[in-house]
Design a protein around this ligand. Structure first.
Ligand code: GDP
Length: 454
């Protein structure tokens, strides 16, 4: 989109290059059309085919979604418990849970799967799940009585602790079988897109949808997620107050998995503080600190300001980084300011206010110019994907010792599929390295047993 006139560029940005459609009440959801103002990278352009398929999916959703005749009919058939055929309206019902980052990855994966299999995606919500439970469609022994016949629904258990048979979902033959099932009910806490790229019957379609393979989450997340006005106001107000004026914005996402006693999940861990600083300084993302204040007084001041946005459940790390940069001058005269919007101490995934803060911070991180993320964390994956920025990944420390090197550049902007299956469906062999089958699906940098698109 380099050759557009300024007004055409504004229109292009507003709709994210055609990912979004006009016609929503802008005031009811500001983030929908303001996203591009805070994310200036036109480098990744959605394919014309992706846009065409999204429009087709929207039409299907209109035709078959909750409230339509087809939907009511499908529900009735489902509750009849009889063997039914697939029709034009088939469904993927997603049960979401876990943290915010995980949820974004789950929804994106399920949405892509729904699109590939021409299904309506129903996300766990009062009008769908509640209804089905009330009408006793789910549960009971509906399924058991159907053994032998083609079931009206299949429950796909795809959480990280799934078993061998659950994983057969990622095999071609099983996908062919599932085609004939009108209702799929899926529970997952994973970004399973990389394994879809390994299923032969989806490969051509995926290549057409995503000629740049590592943009799946990037485009779909921009299409799917639009924070409510409350959240969006807090994000943009914070951005304007602390980040907008800086010459450079560095996002540091600090997620700690080490433990120290039961009540001190986030440390403080000095080795992690040092890891963050050595990553930032070795990779020249933040300037080094001069030895003394006098020495700094004589440096020809570089009049630059860097705003560091940290996110963490703990405030200790950002307090320490702020202290270092305020007590000492930097070697090149750059001023470094450190900001952290919240420190919630503990994960409280059922608390709405807490989740709103988490989502706001994922978006704030995505607005920075440079990202340092914590390996293993889907919170960071979501931010890097929305941003379209390849992060520097802090590797996980073990036994309270920082790893060397402290961090490494990610291979792509895609999330990692933790707990990917390593089963070769064709050869019927387990423990095969599926990170070597095609060049664009590799083992992750941060999770050696995971898979990611590069
Ligand atoms: P993951 O567990 O790191 O993969 O990320 P998730 O987002 O799935 O779950 C972590 C949850 O912990 C988040 O959704 C938040 O509820 C909370 N959390 C973790 N890190 C932060 C943070 O930096 N800021 C805020 N506000 N919440 C966080």
């Amino acid at each position: 989109a380099d050759d557009l006139s300024p007004s055409a560029q504004i229109e292009y940005d507003k709709l994210l290059g055609g990912l979004l459609i006009e016609g929503f009440d802008e005031r009811s959801c500001r983030s929908r059309y303001q996203f591009a103002r805070y994310h200036r990278n036109a480098a990744r352009v959605p394919s014309a085919y992706l846009i065409e398929r999204l429009r087709r999916q929207e039409a299907l959703q209109k035709k078959c979604g909750p409230g339509t005749k087809s939907y009511n009919k499908a529900l009735k058939q489902l509750s009849s418990g009889q063997s039914i055929n697939t029709t034009d309206c088939n469904y993927l019902f997603l049960i979401i849970h876990a943290g915010l980052g995980n949820r974004m990855l789950e929804i994106t994966s399920a949405f892509l799967y729904a699109l590939l299999t021409d299904r309506i995606l129903l996300v766990d919500s009062p009008e769908s799940y509640g209804n089905m439970l009330r009408e006793k469609v789910i549960g009971g022994n509906t399924y058991r009585s159907l053994v032998g016949a083609r079931p009206p629904f299949v429950y796909l258990y795809l959480d990280g602790n799934y078993g061998f048979h659950d994983k057969l979902f990622y095999c071609e033959d099983d996908q062919q079988f599932l085609k004939g099932v009108p209702w799929l009910i899926m529970r997952t806490d994973m970004y399973f897109v990389p394994s879809l790229f390994l299923i032969p019957s989806y490969q051509d379609e995926l290549s057409r949808l995503f000629p740049e393979k590592d943009t799946v989450f990037h485009h779909l997340a921009r299409y799917l997620f639009h924070p409510t006005n409350d959240i969006w106001y807090s994000v943009t107000a914070y951005y304007k107050a602390y980040l907008a004026k800086a010459d450079k914005r560095v996002g540091v996402q600090i997620r700690i998995y080490e433990t120290k006693g039961i009540l001190q999940r986030n440390g403080p861990f000095p080795h992690i503080l040092e890891q963050i600083l050595s990553c930032a300084q070795n990779e020249k993302l933040l300037p080094e600190i001069g030895a003394t204040a006098e020495a700094a007084a004589v440096t020809a001041g570089k009049n630059q300001t860097i705003a560091v946005l940290t996110t963490s459940l703990s405030s200790w790390y950002s307090d320490q980084i702020r202290k270092r940069y305020s007590e000492h001058q930097t070697v090149d005269g750059t001023t470094v300011k450190v900001y952290q919007p919240s420190h919630e101490e503990y994960q409280k995934s059922k608390n709405k206010k807490h989740n709103m803060k988490a989502l706001a911070e994922i978006y704030l991180l995505s607005m920075t110019d440079v990202l340092i993320t914590s390996g293993f964390s889907t919170f960071g994956y979501a931010a890097q994907g929305l941003a379209g920025k390849t992060p520097w990944i802090l590797f996980r420390s073990t036994n309270h010792v920082a790893p060397d090197p402290a961090c490494g550049r990610g291979m792509s902007i895609e999330p990692c599929f933790h707990n990917a299956p390593f089963y070769d469906c064709k050869a019927k062999r387990d423990n095969v390295d599926l990170g070597k089958v095609v060049p664009y699906v590799r083992r992750c940098e941060d999770v050696s047993w995971g898979l990611k698109i590069v």
